[in-house]
Design a protein around this ligand. Sequence first.
Ligand SMILES: O=P(O)(O)O[C@H]1O[C@H](CO)[C@@H](O)[C@H]1O
Ligand SMILES: Nc1nc2[nH]cnc2c(=O)[nH]1
Length: 297
Amino acid sequence: MEGSYEACAEAAAWLRARLQEPPRVALVCGSGLGALAQELTDPQSFDYADIPHFPRSTVQGHAGRLVVGRLGAGPCAVLQGRFHLYEGYSPAQVVMPVRTLALLGVHTLVLTNAAGALSPGLAPGHLLVIRDHIDLPGLAGRSPLVGPNDERFGPRFPAMTDGYDPALRRLALALAPPELHARPGVYVGVGGPSYETWAECRLLRRLGADAVGMSTVSEAAAARHCGLRVLGLSLITNAAPGDADEEEEEGGGGAGPAAEAAPPGHEEVLAAAQEGARHLRRLLLALAPRLAEGARA
Ligand SMILES: O=P(O)(O)O[C@H]1O[C@H](CO)[C@@H](O)[C@H]1O
Ligand SMILES: Nc1nc2[nH]cnc2c(=O)[nH]1
């Protein structure tokens, strides 16, 4: 039952019975980004604990609440909190909210996250508009699409070359406030929950990733399976350890940047995300009319 079509359908029916208006657009808030829900007018709020079959949020900065209201003129659902594989949830549980919202009639999904910078051009406060992703858990067999395929969600072999909608991406890049230094790039999803070692960062950079996090990729795969349009936004909250740090450490006895660079921590991630959310909110409002347009792919 966990994460099954029937579970999602029950959750969707429960919500439909209570909603003034079913959402057409949905937004998943990354760590510390829950304030994005404050842009909704006429909000109705539901604790995950009350929605049938919804998992519980266990991570600080993920409130565990679904808020449904209007973003601009269009009906929109905001998930204040997502589920991660490292919490012990199965891939199907992680994507259960996305599938539930698809069954409610959502056609466009905005996935936000807090991420570490791998590319030298990215710094805390910057926005990576996701052009493509590397789904490391998925490549290793932990995709939400593994198992018997339920055709009511989508086809056995969905394409992912068009995972992130190019038109929405271009629009987000054009409308992002200058404070976000928005640029397109590749997000790599890892299992977590430990942050990366230097060697792992070097590996991920060589794989072609610009930013790293522990979410988003499973949700994007499930969303595309259901035919949703996806926009992915990574707010950079910290710099992942760089090659220079390691070289300095090896050659210089620890007196260089390696000795000074603070290791990433969730408190720092939350603080940077809350700061960046101010600008992200402006971007979402600017995007609202175009998010509301459209239909399933
Ligand atoms: O991806 P979101 O949910 O924003 O959270 C990010 O922040 C946490 C680490 O600080 C991890 O869960 C990572 O994935
Ligand atoms: N894996 C990973 N997730 C993050 N989430 C926010 N920052 C980071 C990071 O540096 N690494």
